[in-house]
Each structure stands twice: as C-alpha cells, then as structure tokens.
Ligand binder design. Structure first.
Ligand code: SF4
Length: 227
C-alpha cells in the first residue's frame, strides 16, 4: 500500500471523509464521491473515475477553474470508487498533489517556502513581481487566498524569512490545518474544527498568486503620477 493510500485509509477509517468541497461516503462495495453539498441528492449524474479531471475543470457556470482549490467545484455529479486506490485517483484529479503534501506534513517532512523567497526566484516576465510592496502583499494575499471565494487551502508559508504572517487581512483560522476552510467563513472556529475534514495545504505561493503580484506591480508602475 502506498503511503498516501495508507494515510487515506486511516483518515476514512477515522470517519474523516471530507476534503475541500468533496465528500467521500461508504457505499455498497466501495465509496461514492460527490460535492459535499450534494449529499442526499437523488438526481446526481454518474461519472467514471477517469472523468474526475473533467469534473474539476469547470464550475457550475461552465467557466474554467484555473485554481483547483478554489471553492467553485461544480455540483450535480457522483463517482463510484470500488476501493481507496480509486478514491485517491479521484482526489488527485480534483485536488492535485494535496494528499502527498498532507502526508509530508503529517510525517513532519513538509517544506515551506516564504512568499518573498518564491517571488525572488522568479525570472523572465515574472521577475518584476519581487518589487511588490509590503502593503500590497497584505491586501492582495488577503483577498486572493481567502477561503470565502478565493481558495480553500490552509496556508503554511510565511511572508518572509522573519516568519511574518502572509496577510493581516486573513483570520488566524486560515493558517490552522485543524480548521475546515470550507466551513470557517460560514461558522465559528470551534464549529468548523469540530467537523473534521482533510486539509488542503498550501506549502508555497501558487503561480496564480505570483502572477497577481506581478500584475499589482505592473499596474502600480502604469498608474499616472500625482500632479
Ligand atoms: S497561494 Fe496557496 S492559498 Fe493562496 S490562492 Fe494560491 S494555492 Fe491558494
């Protein structure tokens, strides 16, 4: 059994069967995976394991989802998985790489990279992103990464080598792997933490955030100077 499969096995056995917006329910001869808001619906369309990538690609309005951990997973589908290996394949298609990072985190081997370090190593057209100001980072990260409408990952990285938090605009729950990021904007911390789920961890800033930092610097440079 692979490490990620073993981890999934222990999580599901412990009745932790939610990851992001995904619900994993035991079913006759296997498991059913669907959007967690669709549990109990009888009109869900059946998809195959190999369709999971397609499911993850577009939201309910058929708009492309560039960020797979955005809280925009589409509704109306279900996938039957006969074993945990197949469950893992569906999770991997919907939330790529997250089980591996979780395994590294649980075994104390996760490596994080600060935002400044990520920005400083950019080259080419993204090199300019390193010029972003502290104030812009605070606002941009607070908006871009927020669980309510931005991204469901729990942030593990810091802003810089001084261990500064990425944004003062984000609640402390955003940095706590014990909190269900799907519920945290809707409920009190205690309620969100009590409903256990598998966290989607963010070990370093994604390309989309880097691109947004670059755009912020470019926009600032293009702004007309004050008279
Ligand atoms: S940097 Fe991490 S938390 Fe922020 S949007 Fe990207 S993946 Fe999500």
């Amino acid at each position: 059994m692979k490490e990620s499969e073993r981890l999934l096995h222990s999580l599901v056995a412990g009745k932790i069967s939610r990851i992001g917006q995904l619900e994993i329910s035991p079913s006759e001869g296997g498991f059913i995976l669907c959007h967690r808001e669709d549990v109990g619906r009888t009109d869900l369309k059946n998809y195959e394991i190999d369709d999971a990538l397609e499911v993850a690609k577009f939201d309910d309005a058929r708009s492309y989802r560039p960020l797979k951990t955005a809280p925009t997973l589409r509704h109306g589908w279900k996938i039957f998985a006969r074993d945990l290996l197949q469950v893992e394949r569906v999770i991997e298609a919907i939330y790529p790489g997250r089980l591996a990072v979780l395994h590294a985190f649980k075994s104390g081997q996760v490596t994080t990279t600060s935002l400044r370090e990520t920005l400083n190593r950019q080259s080419g057209i993204y090199r300019v992103a390193r010029k972003i100001s502290e104030q812009e980072i605070d606002g941009l990260v607070g908006d871009f990464c927020r669980s309510d409408g931005g991204c469901l990952r729990t942030i593990l990285w810091k802003r810089d080598a001084s261990d500064k938090i990425p944004s003062s605009k984000l609640p402390s729950e955003k940095f706590d792997p014990a909190v269900d990021q799907y519920l945290s904007p809707k409920k009190l911390r205690s309620a969100a933490a009590a409903t256990e789920s598998i966290p989607l961890l963010c070990q370093e800033a994604c390309n989309l955030l880097v691109a947004a930092c670059r755009d912020a610097v470019k926009t600032e440079g293009a702004a007309p100077s004050a008279p």
